[in-house]
Design a protein around this ligand. Structure first.
Ligand SMILES: NC(=O)c1ccc[n+]([C@@H]2O[C@H](COP(=O)([O-])OP(=O)(O)OC[C@H]3O[C@@H](n4cnc5c(N)ncnc54)[C@H](O)[C@@H]3O)[C@@H](O)[C@H]2O)c1
Length: 336
């Protein structure tokens, strides 16, 4: 039995990680920004081996106190996530990412604690040379365009982590998730927002022509990949693109959700530059080469998009509070 510290544990991915670790008998020290146990962790809060603490990962004192519990490993998932965040509050996006990661990293280095970092497929930016392998280049736009602040800050964090590994021998693994979706996700990303709108009787919303592509990955598949990075020596010092290699256009993914709901509402197409400002830049294609994760982690996603959407629908119908909540209708929908 190990004790795993999870930053950002109250979020979508962090809460699923918490559940999975508790399920297998590990202890979890969950950190997040709210003073009370976040709603996603309420069930976990009733389970043995679970502890929650308010902790801003930018605060050295707070992070130091959390590491004083001597966790066996840390999964660093805390970040300011979503299009709204990086367009409207780029300072917070960059600071929570870069300062937060530096603080976690310093504490991990002091105690030589294994660190698994959740980066993002966003680091590849608009590299047109798809599918991306782990060694593909990061091709980002100009720093004057806030759209790239999230991608750039995740890239800097990867540099910091690799530097700690090279310079001080810290055992690390970096995960780049590709368009994760599933239960508990805020309706501010393409799959949950489409589910949310359709179940509320609203037509789907598509920015641009819908031909841009993404690799949608169910959260349970991602969690299995992260746990392998945590457990396996083969992951130490490595970076992994974790995603479902099946590439979907946004238009087809939205159609799949509509069919699953049984809705005939036609999508509304909006110009993203009207919604997000003239500087908005689209990533036309996003796809990955999964071979490294298959080889080193023996990991492959198992949940196809149709089955994943059915799972999300079941969950959404059983959670009217999620359906009643703000549908991200005014918020951006492009998935990270
Ligand atoms: N969801 C995806 O598709 C996706 C894709 C690629 C990468 N990621 C990465 O995975 C991680 C988790 O993403 P998510 O989808 O669960 O997002 P989320 O917004 O649901 O969860 C992030 C959590 O981090 C917390 N947080 C933010 N700033 C913090 C701080 N300073 N101190 C402590 N906690 C803080 C938030 O309160 C939130 O609970 C992030 O690092 C994100 O960049 C997610």
């Amino acid at each position: 039995m190990s004790t795993i510290l999870i930053s950002g544990a109250g979020g979508f991915i962090g809460s699923h990680l918490t559940d999975a670790l508790l399920d297998r008998g590990d202890k979890v020290l969950a950190l997040d920004l709210s003073r009370k146990i976040p709603p996603n962790l309420r069930d976990a809060g009733r389970r043995a081996g679970f502890q929650y603490r308010f902790c801003d990962v930018k605060s050295q004192a707070s992070v130091r106190r959390a590491f004083a519990t001597r966790p066996d490993a840390v999964i660093h998932a805390a970040a300011s996530v979503g299009v709204e965040s990086y367009l409207k509050t780029p300072m917070s996006t960059i600071e929570s990412s870069v300062i937060g990661t530096r603080t976690i990293l310093r504490a991990a280095m002091k105690t030589n604690t294994r660190l698994v970092y959740l980066s993002s497929s966003e680091v590849f930016g608009r590299n047109p040379d798809v599918p991306w392998s782990e060694t593909s280049d990061l091709v980002l736009g100009n720093p004057a365009v806030t759209r790239w602040s999230y991608s750039a800050s995740k890239g800097v964090c990867e540099h910091l982590i690799n530097a700690a590994r090279v310079q001080y021998g810290l055992p690390t693994a970096i995960v780049r998730p590709f368009n994760i979706y599933g239960p508990r996700q805020r309706p501010a990303f393409i799959i949950p927002i489409t589910v949310h709108r359709l179940l509320n009787g609203l037509p789907p919303l598509i920015y641009g022509d819908g031909n841009q592509t993404r690799c949608f990955t169910h959260v349970h598949d991602l969690i299995e990949g992260i746990l392998r990075c945590l457990d396996r020596d083969a992951a130490t010092g490595e970076t992994f693109n974790l995603g479902n290699p099946r590439e979907w256009s946004i238009r087809d993914a939205v159609r799949l959700v509509s069919e699953a709901v049984g809705s005939s509402l036609e999508p509304i197409y909006e110009d993203p530059r009207t919604t997000f400002g003239p500087g908005f830049e689209e990533i036309q294609r996003r796809s990955l080469d999964p071979s490294k994760a298959i080889r080193l982690l023996e990991w492959q996603p198992r949940i196809g998009l149709s089955a994943g959407i059915e799972d999300m629908l079941r969950w959404a119908r059983a959670h009217p509070e999620w359906l009643r909540g703000s549908g991200g209708i005014d918020s951006a929908l492009r998935a990270i």
